[in-house]
Design a protein around this ligand. Sequence first.
Ligand SMILES: [Zn+2]
Length: 88
Amino acid sequence: MPEEKRICAQCKEIQNELHHLLVCSPLADLRKSLLRSAALAIPNFDSLSLEHKFSEILVCTNVNVMTELAIFLRKADDLLRGSLRRTP
Ligand SMILES: [Zn+2]
């Protein structure tokens, strides 16, 4: 499916990896500790563009960031599956 046709059921925005990791609003709480770890490990993280934050997180070899990323992806997956189940 082309990216522009993939719409996030929660936000009604284009759903892609960047949206999932950094933008999707139902995941805001889950992503807080990932962003905190990233801000500690990646220089000037808070002033980077979304695209740059996304790529920096994915290539980051800091163990805290990698761990938080794995936790985020797992919990986000659980949360989104749960909300899909509740939707008829
Ligand atoms: Zn979303």
